[in-house]
Design a protein around this ligand. Structure first.
Ligand SMILES: NC(=O)c1ccc[n+]([C@@H]2O[C@H](COP(=O)([O-])OP(=O)(O)OC[C@H]3O[C@@H](n4cnc5c(N)ncnc54)[C@H](O)[C@@H]3O)[C@@H](O)[C@H]2O)c1
Length: 274
């Protein structure tokens, strides 16, 4: 159901690769809620993904940008305000990639060049996006910026390796830039800490199906889906959350506050009795 929550708003949505991407769902929901959007992704996503399909569905333009490049981001922000006809009301950072995870490197055996790439793509890119939008004076008052994160920023999940550090940095950037742009321009900046979700990035993590099922059994409400996440992001982009900023907001069916659940206890009892 649509509520016109983003009627007349303009936004940038990064990270939609295919129909499983969380950003794909956010773009569809933003469009349904009346927003005009620009989609962006790294040039390589054009070859690997289906972003043009989403652009046709949502009547939006695709502007390619490597999120680690200030030059690309400046072009993205300037072209977006031209194409959409005004300043930006919301932005989604939905970008993550670890070459260490891709190459199966264990935490005790990380490649440091890869590590820097992980931080640059998955965390610093958020700083750069905010920096460019600020310097170009492209954000409207009370604009809302959301980045997607994971509970591995607070708790250890061994196969998440250097992405855990990237997510901690991402959440820290939301707080620091949240203060900075809140005071100067009333801009809201938050991170949404999402349940494990079956996407290209999610499935790239070793043992992801176990992690996914474990989180589902631990969470009283079950895992939040990509569609659920999109709904939540829409509320954060809307005017209904104008005083929410500098927060890491768990969107995980309750997982982050559970020690153990009866479902998991039962699973262990079955194992012990077999
Ligand atoms: N899938 C999960 O379980 C899960 C859980 C919590 C948080 N998240 C986070 O959600 C976000 C979106 O991931 P997803 O799960 O939808 O997977 P996804 O693979 O669909 O999206 C990741 C996106 O990052 C883009 N990207 C990579 N390098 C880039 C670069 N240099 N410049 C611009 N874009 C680049 C990719 O092209 C892709 O579209 C990520 O930040 C991820 O860490 C995912």
């Amino acid at each position: 159901m649509a509520y016109n929550l983003l009627k007349g708003k303009r936004g940038i949505i990064s990270g939609a690769l295919d129909e499983n991407s969380i950003a794909w769902k956010v773009a569809q929901r933003a469009f349904e809620e009346g927003a005009s959007i620009v989609l962006t992704n790294a040039p390589i996503a054009m070859r690997m993904g289906k972003i043009n399909e989403l652009a046709a569905q949502t009547n939006s333009k695709v502007i390619l940008a490597d999120a680690t490049s200030i030059e690309d981001l400046t072009k993205l922000v300037n072209e977006t305000t031209d194409v959409l006809g005004g300043k930006i009301d919301f932005m989604l950072h939905s970008i993550g990639m670890s070459p260490n995870i891709r190459k199966g490197k264990a935490y005790g055996d990380l490649d440091y060049n890869f590590f820097q790439k992980t931080l640059d793509v998955s965390a610093l890119s958020f700083h750069k996006m905010l920096h460019v939008a600020d310097k170009q004076d492209a954000l409207n008052d009370y604009a809302s910026v959301v980045a997607l994160t994971y509970v591995a920023a607070q708790r250890v999940f061994p196969d998440y390796t250097d992405m855990a550090q990237a997510k901690s940095m991402l959440e820290s950037i939301a707080r620091s830039y949240g203060q900075h742009l809140g005071a100067s321009k009333k801009v809201r900046i938050n991170t949404v800490s999402q349940s494990p979700t079956m996407t290209t990035a999610g499935n790239g993590i070793e043992g992801f199906d176990v992690l996914y099922n474990f989180a589902d059994k631990m969470s009283p409400l079950g895992n939040a889906t990509a569609d659920d996440c999109a709904d939540y992001c829409i509320t954060l982009f809307s005017d209904l959350t104008r005083k929410v900023t500098m927060q890491n907001l768990f969107h995980d069916g309750g997982f982050s506050n559970v020690g153990i659940s009866y479902d998991v206890i039962e699973q262990f009892q079955k194992g012990a009795n077999s």
